[in-house]
Design a protein around this ligand. Structure first.
Ligand code: ZN
Ligand code: ZN
Ligand code: ZN
Length: 368
């Protein structure tokens, strides 16, 4: 909360309003229920202390809040009260208001009408740069999330999860069950893309039956179980396996990809411009003319949200900071033929890049 207040004053923000979305659990450990009844934390600029932050919340939800009287006061509202008026009242004469990026427009529009004199900013202007720099406890949570999906990836790589003869959807469901069994409260995605479907980076697992002699790309992750009053953190990993020995041409291309990924991880040092890490992977793929099939940015930040700052993409010259956590996930996607991607979550630290996913990056051959 202190860091939020500092960022608010640096950005000239008088009030910060947080509702649904990841900012609220990140800050106070409470997830607003996504519904028409408004839950909103009002943080006013200035010194922390009594009365400087209020959680406006439906009265019957109050028992679900882990009370932090030192951090915020609770303002339960009844079924016939007007919560927008209550928030507007708490904001008072603030002239610059930042509002959480995920806030429903029905609340934003009502608040704009209730506060006609205010200037409005996206809440991410305040919270994004803060959330991008993880504290040690957050890195521990990300590590626990990564270790959970690593165990699922091991089951995939060792053939414990049968592939041949099953549909992508069946394998996706099994990956999801295993992600939940490994400390996650929810699965955010479980992409299973087999054979030519691997050429689509976000392929939706469907009813295609997995065949012998093809690549199976699996990209899965979730959000960990929330300890009381704390947010969950996200996992995200991609590994490819091959049902039976791969054709030499594919094995060779995969080897280049694997090396490109490893080089990019090594390049993710504190101070390196985010885009330079993307370039390392792209340049290595270019040596084998594979860069033209690398269709997306190298990576995204990760934390309480699957995709957040910083983005490792051409055009982002912001230097990596110690505590940044992000994916490094180059791929190649050849339409109608095949594709591959290798993805780890990496933390930039003062001691160098720390990869949280440790399972082998090799193209493992599975026979089942
Ligand atoms: Zn993606
Ligand atoms: Zn992924
Ligand atoms: Zn990712």
């Amino acid at each position: 909360m202190e860091r939020v207040r500092q960022a608010m004053s640096a950005a000239g923000v008088d009030a910060l309003l947080l509702s649904v979305g990841p900012d609220l659990p990140w800050l106070i450990g409470y997830q607003a229920m996504p519904m028409e009844r408004l839950t909103m934390l009002v943080v006013r600029a200035g010194a922390a202390g009594d009365g400087s932050a209020d959680l406006v919340i439906p009265a019957f939800e109050v028992p679900r809040v882990v009370d932090r009287p030192d951090v915020f006061s609770i303002r339960g509202w009844g079924e016939t009260d007007d919560p927008v008026a209550l928030v507007a009242d708490l904001v008072g004469g603030a002239s610059t208001v930042a509002i959480g990026d995920h806030t429903w427009s029905r609340f934003l529009v009502s608040l704009q009408q209730a506060l006609p004199g205010a200037d409005w900013l996206a809440g991410g202007t305040v919270t994004g740069p803060l959330r991008a720099v993880k504290e040690a406890a957050e890195v521990e949570r990300l590590q626990a999330a990564a270790s959970g999906v690593d165990r699922v990836a091991t089951a995939l790589q060792t053939g414990e999860i049968p592939l041949i003869g099953r549909t992508e959807a069946e394998v996706s469901a099994e990956l999801s069950r295993r992600v939940l069994a490994e400390g996650h409260a929810k699965v955010n995605f479980a992409i299973v893309a087999s054979g030519p479907n691997a050429a689509s980076p976000h392929h939706h697992a469907g009813d295609r039956v997995i065949q012998p002699g093809e690549v199976v790309l699996c990209d899965f992750g979730g959000t960990t179980v929330e300890p009381e009053g704390q947010p969950g953190y996200c996992s995200d990993i991609t590994r490819c396996v091959h049902t039976g020995p791969p054709p030499p041409e594919f094995a060779e291309a995969y080897g280049v990809l694997q090396e490109a990924q490893a080089r990019a991880v090594d390049a993710a040092v504190v101070g390196a411009p985010a885009q330079s890490v993307d370039k390392v992977a792209r340049d290595h793929l270019a040596q084998s003319d594979l860069d033209r099939w690398f269709l997306h940015r190298l990576g995204h930040g990760i934390g309480v949200e699957e995709h957040e700052d910083p983005y490792l993409v051409d055009g982002n010259d912001a230097p990596l900071e110690a505590g940044n956590a992000f994916s490094v996930e180059p791929g190649f996607y050849v339409e109608g033929r095949w594709g591959a991607r290798v993805e780890d979550i990496v933390v930039a630290t003062d001691d160098g890049p720390l990869a949280l996913n440790r399972v082998t990056h090799d193209l493992m051959v599975v026979e089942a």
